[in-house]
Design a protein around this ligand. Structure first.
Ligand code: ADP
Length: 216
C-alpha cells in the first residue's frame, strides 16, 4: 500500500510550488479543480482549459483542435511552451503569486517527458492520484459533459475510449515516476464532497507548511 506519511520535502529555489491532479478523463478533476480554486491561497490551472482558451484560428489553436479532436496529446514541446507563457501571463496579471499561492496543476504534466521538461520550474509536493476503476462511470460522465459543454472531443465514443488508452499508456506511469511518499490515492468513485475531503486532507498540510496565511 502506498502511503504518504513521510515528511514533506523542503522548498528549494524560485519555482512554482505545486500539487498535481492525476486521473483518467471523466474522473472529476475539473469538478474538484473548480472547487479548490475557490480557496484563498490556491491557484488552479487546467491544461484542457488553457488549450480551449487559445484563439481557435491561431496556429497553436488549430494544432490543439487537430490533436484534441482525435483524442491525442498535443506535442510536448508546444504544450510546455504554451504552459510557460500561460503561467507568465497569470503572474503578470497578478492572479497567481508563486510566493503565496499553492499551484494545483490539473492535466499537466501528462506524461514523463512533460514532467522532465517542467521539473526545473516546478516543485511537486504531492501527487493526487484520483482513482475510479469503473470505466463506464467515467464514460457516462463524459457523455453528460459533452452535452453541457459542447466539447468536440467528448462527443465521439471512439475518441473518448482512445483518450482512456492514452491515459493508461502515457499518463498513469507518472504515478511511479514521483517518489511514492508524495503520492496520495483518492477514491473518486464517490460523492464530490467526499473526494474534496480526501484531496484537502492531502494538501492542507502542504499549504500550512509552506505558505503564509493570505491577507483577506
Ligand atoms: P480530459 O482530462 O477529459 O482528457 P482535458 O480537458 O484535460 O480532458 O484535455 C483535453 C485535450 O487537451 C486532451 O485530449 C489533449 O488533446 C489536450 N491536452 C490537455 N492537456 C494536455 C497536456 N498536458 N499535454 C498534451 N495535450 C493535452
Amino acid at each position: 500500500m502506498i502511503t504518504d506519511k513521510s515528511p514533506l520535502p523542503e522548498a528549494t529555489g524560485p519555482c512554482y510550488q505545486a500539487v498535481l491532479l492525476v486521473g483518467p478523463p471523466g474522473v472529476g478533476k475539473g469538478t474538484q479543480g473548480k472547487m479548490l480554486a475557490q480557496i484563498p491561497g490556491i491557484f488552479h490551472i487546467s491544461s484542457g482549459d488553457m488549450f480551449r482558451e487559445l484563439d481557435r484560428n491561431s496556429k497553436f489553436g488549430r494544432i490543439f483542435q487537430e490533436y484534441a479532436g482525435i483524442g491525442k496529446l498535443v506535442p510536448d514541446d508546444m504544450t510546455i511552451k504554451i504552459w510557460q507563457d500561460y503561467m507568465a501571463a497569470k503572474i503578470r496579471d497578478e492572479v497567481y503569486n508563486p510566493k503565496s499561492d499553492l499551484l494545483i496543476l490539473d492535466g499537466i504534466p501528462r506524461n514523463i517527458t512533460q514532467a522532465n521538461l517542467m521539473a526545473p520550474f516546478v516543485q511537486v509536493f504531492k501527487v493526487i492520484y484520483m482513482v475510479c476503476e469503473d470505466r463506464e462511470v467515467m464514460f457516462k460522465r463524459i457523455r453528460g459533459r459533452s452535452l453541457k459543454e459542447h466539447r468536440i472531443d467528448d462527443a465521439e465514443e471512439l475518441v473518448v475510449r482512445y483518450r482512456w488508452d492514452v491515459y493508461k499508456r502515457e499518463t498513469e506511469p507518472l504515478i511511479d515516476y514521483y517518489p511514492q511518499e508524495r503520492v496520495r490515492i483518492v477514491d473518486a468513485n464517490t460523492i464530490a464532497s467526499d473526494v474534496l475531503h480526501q484531496i484537502l486532507s492531502a494538501i492542507v498540510p502542504v499549504q500550512k507548511k509552506y505558505f503564509e496565511p493570505p491577507v483577506m
